[in-house]
Design a protein around this ligand. Sequence first.
Ligand SMILES: Cc1cc2nc3c(=O)[nH]c(=O)nc-3n(C[C@H](O)[C@H](O)[C@H](O)COP(=O)(O)OP(=O)(O)OC[C@H]3O[C@@H](n4cnc5c(N)ncnc54)[C@H](O)[C@@H]3O)c2cc1C
Length: 446
Amino acid sequence: MLAARSKHICGQLQALFGHTQKKQPRETGPKDTPFTVAIVGAGIGGLTLAIGLLKENVPFVLYEAAAKYSIIGAGVGIGPNAVRAMTMIDPKLRDMYYETSSGNLTPGKENVMMDALYAGEGFSTPAPFGAKSYQRTSAHRRDLLNHLTSMIPRDRVRFSKRVVNVRQLSNSVIIHFEDGETVEHTAVIGADGVKGPIRRFVLEKAFPDEVAPTFTGRYTYRFTVPIKEAQKILGTLADDAKCFMGRGVNIMAYPISKGKEYNVVAVVCTEKPWTHEKWTHQVSKEKMLADFKGKVDERLIRLLDWAEPVQWSLHHHLSTPIYYNRRVCLLGDSAHATTPHQASGAGQGIEDALIMSHILGKVKSPHQLTVAFEIFDSIRRPRAQKVVETSFECGHIYSLAHPDFGDDFVRIAAHLNRRFLWIWEHDLEADVKKADLMFEMLTARI
Ligand SMILES: Cc1cc2nc3c(=O)[nH]c(=O)nc-3n(C[C@H](O)[C@H](O)[C@H](O)COP(=O)(O)OP(=O)(O)OC[C@H]3O[C@@H](n4cnc5c(N)ncnc54)[C@H](O)[C@@H]3O)c2cc1C
């Protein structure tokens, strides 16, 4: 009877979503045995997952290398897809996000993602792009992290725990920390960011060439300006999100902190490899400004005067052939680090957290954990990797280097009005239903 049911579900699944591939041998084991999950990394991905697991009553411990919650960068734009994911994880999460997020300041521009305009001398007439289904919201990372951490009991988090290695046993995973301690969990989720060590463990044997992140040929200067100062320089252009596009450079800027600050991400394209040991590199102010002189209007040079002259390299994971290795799975940037051009990296981590917490909420015993990760991989990897690919391509559009668009702003804006719909309008309810169906099917077989 079980076999017949599985065949039936399989048929349904194939009709709905196409073929699902069996990737790894299934484990067998006892039923209804308690299990615990380790989350490695307390960034937006790991924290959102923790909130999801709390909702689903899945026992977990969150391990973070830093001594306390830490914030890198300032602004983060959250697309409507990620806001929906927040709502599905816990409506309180969305409500808290809305309490601190900001949109465009000009009434009537609620659905505009950014105005595209030429960064060079004199600028060009701003060409808005967005969609009815899009609502502009951005927050200061500090505020977002404060909200996320306020929802997680302190006793679920262990700070100053830098993971150096993980080792799988037949029914558990041993985590080794830098301070010499080891702990045992039934499964591990690596939400440890683009440089985190868990990715090596997942991919090293089968895909050694895919472990290291790739330099994208771009670095950024990231900073905030009090909005009043930005308005003194840019006038009303500083009221709303802007994408200043220049040859080999592009500057994305938008209000955050309830309209009190203007967040700026200034991207520079380079042909040279990133050779610095660290991913941040201090330069002189003159060198920073030289990256933009002659390419952008003087007003943007004055805006850049507010920046700390620190270059942040942009690395990404353009290719990740699989997100899991038995009881160890990647989530967030460790799986799919992306460039910032589509403002979607954190949003994809939030979608990951939704699907992962939902599936883990269904797991009744440890032997179902690899199945859960297989389902997560099957649902999340195609979409998240497509975001990485298309974001990289979007960077070419923003730096006026895309062969199809060049510097034709009318065509660029028309294209950008359509470009993000598949990200923003994605049906997360369907993903959850697919996860349910796959779980029923794959656990019925074992
Ligand atoms: C300039 C820029 C602008 C961006 N703008 C946007 C935007 O507007 N919208 C958007 O959606 N996305 C944006 N992104 C992407 C977004 O910032 C990331 O996708 C997101 O923050 C990644 O979150 P994460 O939790 O996966 O990883 P991280 O934030 O990197 O967190 C990883 C955590 O793991 C910890 N860790 C690492 N190694 C270990 C270890 N060995 N042991 C224990 N802990 C460890 C770290 O200390 C850290 O706390 C932008 C990115 C950049 C670079």
